[in-house]
Design a protein around this ligand. Structure first.
Ligand code: PLP
Length: 411
């Protein structure tokens, strides 16, 4: 899809989500295309954190665990996230990081499938998914992590597999898995399906229960705009909650933490998957981001994400054909998430040159440029201008002046 600047502006004027833009505190002169990595700060988050710090913490002190229901926040925020992912409120809790939640749910899944020793995943999955699975296998004799090529996953699901671990939307390509189909294959073989929703939650429609998903995890700091290092969440289908056991049997997952007894007894339901004390300020910030996502009409968000993507792809095809970008994101809307990725041998330098011009995307090895398309705070004009600046960076070869990449820097 292509547009003139005037058309892009007209689409923005008619956009049912347009008033959400003012709810974010984005810096002037920036086109922010990295909400798939770190979501933007909302105006309400600033106020909420100020209040949480000065009133709830400063004045309420420890009383706020009860008076402000801090203690109930993991379940409360989880219940809100549940509405974004097609789950029941009692099936989701905010907790820990995605990596830690992966560990807990993979271990619980292995425990629920005695005799099966394979964690099946795809090679090239997000590294923490692979590392955590392998770390767990190192602790559990006989457990094997089988990481097969992306298109070989379906064929590799068999009766040896305890759990299939996949990203719903791939962090590099944005390719989206057919959750219902893969989950059905896993169930057909007697395995469980664990979905990493980090790149789909808050961006596209997700129906965990309609897909009969068993387990899921996801990040709070991407499309949910929870803030840097925001708590993550986990989902355990109701039918599995009483049989699955978290390996991190911390006191917050105890049936009665304030009884202070020596023996661990699981809390009923999803609460047993908590481990330790939640990071309250971060959790309250995440809640604001989730509330904002819930205010928006999910269908309108998904529709706009599709159109922003089509405009980006169309403008790159029309203006940048000579610059050697290779689109690696699937073209069909049902097969992708909400970012667009291109491979280019000079991708790192190009992304740096764009950032220097206020167009913030990111780079993933070896040659992938990623641009997150977040419907709540991006407009069609932003996309149009971003591609205009990309074209200018290529024509002027500005990327050649990028300083060499230093080790250890976030890309
Ligand atoms: C698919 C996926 N899983 C997990 C993570 C990160 O997990 P954590 O929040 O534990 O660092 C990311 C971060 O980008 C991700 O893209």
């Amino acid at each position: 899809m292509n547009a003139t600047l005037a058309q892009a502006r007209a689409w923005d004027a008619a956009d049912p989500l347009r008033e959400f833009r003012a709810r974010f505190a984005l810096p002037a002169g920036v086109i922010y295309l990295d909400g798939n990595s770190l979501g933007a700060l909302s105006v309400a988050t600033q106020g909420r954190l100020g209040e949480a710090i000065s009133r709830e913490w400063g004045e309420g002190l420890i009383r706020s665990w009860n008076d402000e229901d801090w203690i109930g926040a993991p379940a409360r925020v989880g219940g809100k996230i549940a509405r974004l992912i097609g789950a029941g409120a009692h099936e989701v809790t905010a907790a820990d990081s995605t990596s830690v939640n992966l560990f807990k749910l993979l271990a619980a899944a292995l425990g629920a499938r005695p005799g099966r020793r394979v964690i099946l995943t795809e090679a090239g999955n997000f590294p923490t998914d692979l590392y955590v699975a392998r770390g767990l296998a190192g602790l559990a004799p006989g457990v094997e992590v089988r990481a097969v090529a992306s298109d070989a996953v379906a064929g590799a699901i068999n009766e040896q597999v305890a759990v299939v671990l996949l990203s719903h939307v791939h962090y590099k390509s944005a390719a989206r898995r057919d959750m219902a189909a893969i989950t059905a294959l896993a169930h057909g073989a007697g395995a469980l399906a664990l979905w990493d929703l980090s790149h789909s939650v808050g961006a596209i429609e997700i129906e965990l229960n309609a897909c009969a998903a068993d387990l899921a995890v996801g990040c709070g700091y991407k499309f949910l705009n929870g803030g840097p290092g925001a708590p993550a969440f986990l989902f355990v289908a109701e039918r599995l909650q009483e049989t699955l056991v978290s390996p991190l049997t911390g006191w917050m997952g105890h049936a009665a933490p304030f009884d202070f007894v020596d023996d661990w007894r699981p809390a009923p339901g999803i609460g047993r998957f908590l481990a330790g004390t939640p990071p309250m300020l971060s959790l309250l910030a995440l809640e604001v981001g989730v509330d904002l996502a819930l205010e928006a009409d999910a269908k309108a968000v998904a529709h706009k994400a599709e159109r922003l993507w089509e405009l980006f792809a169309g403008e790159v095809a029309a203006r940048c054909a000579a610059h050697g970008f290779r689109l690696i994101t699937p073209a069909r809307a049902a097969e992708r998430g909400s970012h667009i990725a291109f491979a280019h041998p000079d991708g790192y330098g190009i992304v740096q040159a764009l950032i220097a011009r206020g167009v913030i995307g990111d780079f993933r090895d070896p040659d992938i440029m990623r641009f997150g398309l977040t419907p709540l705070y991006l407009g069609y004009e932003d996309v149009w201008r971003a591609v205009e600046i990309l074209d200018e960076v290529m024509k002027s070869e500005a990327w050649r002046h990028t300083p060499p990449r230093a080790a250890g820097r976030v890309t």
